[in-house]
Ligand binder design. Structure first.
Ligand code: PHE
Ligand code: NA
Length: 445
């Protein structure tokens, strides 16, 4: 197995973390929960829970030096073979990837249509979006195929030539586009309004739902619970300071979410549009605002959607990688064969997801009242990811020799840091996630 360089790892892990979760989801969830107070809760969730689990996955990967299953077994007390079942999480990534690729397909469609023209009215923009996702099967399949093909092409080349390289190219470009958009947002009068929306807390907006949404978002945004960070860390030299690298990735991910929020809210407020427009915010509200800015608006629209594609592609490749390494090491097959298996699985599931939203093909087909797309989203982000995170905490807290973990930490940080992390992993984080899980399952409200 080839290894990441230290900087290659940070870029790849940041590339995984920074995705649609930052630029699409974070702003609309923040909008729905009313801004400032939600942002503060989210920051606390990243700091105490997200970062703790991020470090946990890094420790397992870096010391296990193998696929998810083997790393768990390798690190467990007396190498208990049963821990191989933790490998279930590599399939979570594949399921997420199937609908993530469909959404990236929508965005790719927006890159092209924004070139041609932008809708001038919210009604038209809404109808366009609705038509794309529920009627235009041909385009949806075409764009999903283009995205899936690129992801497969990149991962076929491996960790160094594929993943490290694509991140080396796309991450700086993403940074550049966001920087440009931020500069433009800074020139708008509404920028200060965006700042106060995002940073002055109104605590009356915070309820249990908001807390859990912040926690769920913290996991998703840091790519936790699918074996991605663990698998990337397995290609990291054992000498690298994993605490420092984890903090760098969390800082990059959080900064990009905040910057994306500032950009998008400045744009919305400039046009007097509502901040709580939900998932359609980026697909319906923004294009109309851009259209009001003439040619410059069109340039901004194309750049914005290209930025989303760049952010999303580097996340997409990180969702498939855990399953590749799992198949390669557990079944002793080549990378190409593993890619064929994982690639066709997520590609076909993606087709199911996109058909499930179409009026003429699959919309009536529901399971537990959800179409396939929503079901995949629910199963992964509400059940499988939290389960994997709980398993990770319980594993490290109770089934790995404490001394081993302590030694890994104290190579780089004072003992007190280890003790604090260990306390969070053993008690606080699992309890927080169990509450999240029970709530998602409807057991507690
Ligand atoms: N962190 C990514 C985002 O914010 C999503 C992701 C989840 C990537 C799980 C990899 C694994 O969009
Ligand atoms: Na993210």
């Amino acid at each position: 197995m080839t290894r990441f360089t230290r900087i290659g790892f940070i870029l790849a892990a940041a590339g995984s973390a920074v995705g649609l979760g930052n630029i699409w989801k974070f702003p609309y969830v923040t909008g729905e929960y009313g801004g400032g107070a939600f942002v503060i809760v989210y920051l606390l969730a990243i700091l105490f829970i997200g970062l703790t689990v991020f470090i946990a996955e890094t420790v397992i990967g870096q010391n296990g030096q193998a696929d998810v299953s083997t790393s768990f077994v390798n690190l467990s007390k007396s190498k208990n073979k049963n821990w191989k079942f933790a490998g279930f999480m590599v399939f979570t990534g594949l399921i997420i990837l199937s609908f993530y690729s469909v959404v990236l397909g929508w965005i790719l469609n927006y890159v092209f249509t924004s070139f041609v023209s932008l809708p001038t009215e919210a009604k038209v923009a809404g109808a366009n979006f609705e038509k794309l996702i529920s009627n235009d099967i041909g385009s949806l399949i075409l764009y999903h195929t283009l995205i899936a093909g690129s992801v497969i092409y990149i991962v076929l080349k491996g960790i160094k030539e594929g993943i490290e390289k694509i991140n080396l190219i796309l991450m700086p470009l993403l940074g550049l586009i966001l920087f440009g958009l931020l500069l433009y947002a800074l020139t708008l009068d509404s920028f200060s309004q965006a700042i106060s929306f995002m940073f002055s807390p109104d605590w009356s907006k915070i309820n249990g739902d908001a807390l859990l949404a912040a926690l769920g978002q913290a996991f998703f945004t840091l790519s936790l619970g699918v074996g991605t960070i663990l698998t990337y860390s397995a290609s990291l030299s054992k000498k690298t300071n994993f605490i420092k690298t984890s903090i760098s990735v969390a800082v990059v991910d959080t900064s990009i979410a905040i910057i994306a929020g500032l950009i998008i809210f400045s744009f919305l407020f400039e046009a007097g549009a509502p901040s709580a427009a939900g998932p359609g915010l980026v697909f319906i509200s923004l294009p109309v605002i851009f259209s009001g800015w003439g040619l410059l608006g069109q340039v901004i629209a194309v750049s914005f959607f290209v930025a989303l594609i760049f952010a999303g592609i580097t996340s997409a490749v990180s969702m498939i990688e855990p399953s590749l390494r799992f198949f390669i090491e557990r079944f002793n097959i080549t990378r190409s064969k593993a890619t064929l298996i994982s690639g066709s699985t997520f590609y076909l599931l993606g087709i199911v997801a996109l058909l499930s939203m179409s009026k003429s093909y699959g919309a009536e087909l529901t399971f537990f009242g959800k179409n396939a797309f929503d079901l995949m989203d629910f199963m992964t982000s509400s059940i499988m990811m939290p389960l994997a995170a709980i398993l990770t905490c319980i594993f490290l807290g109770y089934f790995v020799e404490k001394q081993k973990l302590q030694d890994a930490f104290t190579q780089h940080v004072p003992l007190a840091v280890f003790n604090f992390w260990y306390f969070l992993i053993k008690f606080i984080v699992p309890i927080a996630i169990i509450i999240l899980l029970l709530n998602k399952l409807g057991v507690i409200q």
